[in-house]
Design a protein around this ligand. Structure first.
Ligand code: DGP
Length: 107
């Protein structure tokens, strides 16, 4: 999607540093961190939310991405969150998994 900020980030348009990158997803730091460490794991393919995801393989890969972020950053304890829909607090309508660790304020 041309007007999607996470599509642009995942496509490398802003030279965002990636903690992990594979052919399927990228992981980068949240611009408005709600914990000492706050990373987003984002598929390269656009899905508005979990509700639109039609590929369970990619879901497994994204969770694998969470583990890889934790290993890369040495996180022993962390929370993962997927907000689905406006009423649940989703602001960016490109599926993403939050990874939060240390002084978590909530997302
Ligand atoms: P959610 O509420 O689940 O849709 O979370 C969206 C998150 O995305 C929110 O914590 C802030 C973050 N975010 C929004 N725009 C940008 C951006 O341009 N860059 C980065 N790194 N994070 C962003």
């Amino acid at each position: 999607m041309t007007d999607c900020i996470f599509c642009k980030i995942a496509g490398g348009e802003f030279n965002t540093p990636f903690i992990v990158e594979t052919e399927d997803y990228v992981a980068f730091r949240d611009i408005n961190p709600k914990a000492d460490t706050h990373v987003l794991v984002v598929p390269k393919k656009h899905y508005d939310s979990l509700n639109e995801l039609d590929d369970e393989i990619i879901l497994g890969k994204l969770l694998g991405g969470v583990k890889r972020v934790a290993a890369e950053l040495g996180l022993k304890s962390y929370k993962t969150v997927i907000n689905t829909g406006k009423d649940a607090g989703q602001e960016v309508f490109h599926l993403h998994i939050h990874v939060l660790s240390g002084n978590i304020k909530g997302v």
